[in-house]
Design a protein. Structure first.
Ligand SMILES: [Zn+2]
Length: 187
């Protein structure tokens, strides 16, 4: 900081603050990364301060917590937590990774191609997100996909995702029905 700038700031504190605000609005990503870095540098003292405040103001903290739990954000967080719990429960009750013979059937029937983009498939995608279906690991819910499509699709509804990537969900599901018919005797 040169002397001139320091003198300017001293003489025009409001203008200086205004300039900082403008810069921050233009560079939100840098502001966030600085905040993150600063938090990690001072993590322990930050946590200690928060803990001290919470133990001093227990009643107030309880009140905020109650409010948060009934707010839109709080209810949404609760739903996400519940969905994750269900998903973990499902995963626990089903062999993971999938048996290799099932993986082979899924890949073979779609010629090792990603059902979404037609590229080379290297993962198995659950058509409907695993947690949203009682039998998510069933053969009629498994399709080959490339890593990129699988992670971009994430937990989207397959119909919405098919519209985004231009794939035909009807054709995929028709093929899945055939796969199940053929596999019925052999698995
Ligand atoms: Zn793909």
């Amino acid at each position: 900081m040169c002397l001139h700038a320091r003198a300017f700031r001293k003489a025009n504190p409001e203008k200086a603050i205004e300039a900082v605000r403008r810069w921050e609005a233009k560079n939100p990503e840098r502001v966030r990364s600085w905040a993150r870095a600063s938090y990690h540098r001072k993590k322990e003292s930050c946590i200690a301060k928060v803990t001290a405040y919470q133990s001093k103001n227990a009643e107030r903290v309880r009140e905020w917590k109650r409010k948060y739990e009934h707010s839109e954000a709080g209810l949404f967080a609760k739903r996400v937590k519940e969905a994750k719990r269900r998903s973990a429960k499902l995963m626990g009750s089903i062999p993971d990774p999938l048996p290799s013979r099932i993986v082979k059937v899924v890949f073979d029937n779609f010629d090792n191609r990603c059902v979404w983009c037609g590229g080379a498939a290297d993962t198995i995608d659950h058509l409907y997100p695993l947690y949203s279906k009682p039998n998510g690991h069933a053969l009629d819910n498994l399709v080959p996909a490339c890593r990129t499509c699988n992670s971009r699709k994430s937990r989207r509804d397959p119909q919405k995702w098919a519209e985004i990537c231009g794939a035909n969900l009807e054709t995929i599901q028709e093929k899945l029905r055939n796969v199940c018919r053929q596999a019925a005797g052999s698995l």
